[in-house]
Design a protein around this ligand. Sequence first.
Ligand code: PMP
Length: 369
Amino acid sequence: MQRPYNFSAGPAAIPAEVLEQAAADMLDWHGCGMGVMEMSHRGKEFISIYEQAESDLRELLAVPEHFKILFMQGGGLAENAIVPMNLSRAATVDFVVTGSWSQNSQKEARKYASEVNVIASGKDSHFTTLPDPAYWQPSRGASYLHICTNETIHGVEFHELPDLKALGVDAPLVIDFSSHVASRPVDWSRVGLAFGGAQKNIGPAGLTIVVVREDLLGHALTICPSAFDYKIVAEHQSMYNTPPTWGIYMAGLTFQWLKRQREGEASGVAAMELRNIAKAQLLYNAIDQSGFYVNKVAANCRSRMNIPFFLHDESRNDAFLAGAKARGLLQLKGHKSVGGMRASLYNAMPLEGVQALVSYMREFEQQHA
Ligand code: PMP
């Protein structure tokens, strides 16, 4: 069955093979007589699903042994509180603000840290550029430095993680990788903690992935709920309370799908990165070469995952969206805070989907230019 191409920013498209497998397992997982949603999280069936998912994610992202992988709930916004409750030590924390999501994060941290310093910001460029790490002004003795490595709304992405050690900063780097997790490899030597909701590149909403360096565990504030204390969660293999079992199972199917992906010699996340570069390039070229559409983000930090674009003549927006929907190109409307259009090209979006979008954009331009 040819499904429409779904450009949603999240919850987002899931590979058809993953959904088909989930449908096949729905009433009876591997002949055990139960669907995954009906199983005890402590039974051997679910434990095997959990262990496979954890080890596949570790392999896909090459997560070193001295990092814990936690499967939590609450999404990215809850992590905006959970991170400072665990890592701030009620002291100073630093933020680089590059768009709506890091802006949200720094606001929430003010409830838990004694001081929150925005040490660099892309605000002056309306979040179309990323402040150069060479000019950041980190606070002395900050407990951590937070960045959002892909801003889902503004469409800016750090193509390389900042090397804090090279900048003379001891604080661990915290990254919100919600909207580009598993789209490219991660340099863990530069990261203290990474978090992200699953509902963009990994599976259904309800599961949050946290990858945290072991030495950062055990410093939670006393007000931190036990279920959100990373040390407690880690000691219980993410089963201190009932984990999001369905989300973990679906993520596990996506991890298996990712492991099967090949692009030339590359496989898994490296293959996805090559594909994601090609997909994004195709769409950015189409936008840049037209006088009808525009994307304002600087070339060196354009997101491969979330591509906001605008029609020069915004009165055509509704017609553009209606025509797109009629051709099976869904959920292209931009975020309400910025307007225009946004195409999210997560791992589950094939190159053919971007080709279909680009050819529709050319056709619409010819009709309306
Ligand atoms: N961070 C980023 C980068 C996001 O894109 C989002 C959601 N779009 C969030 C945080 C918030 O995630 P949630 O809605 O799961 O709390």
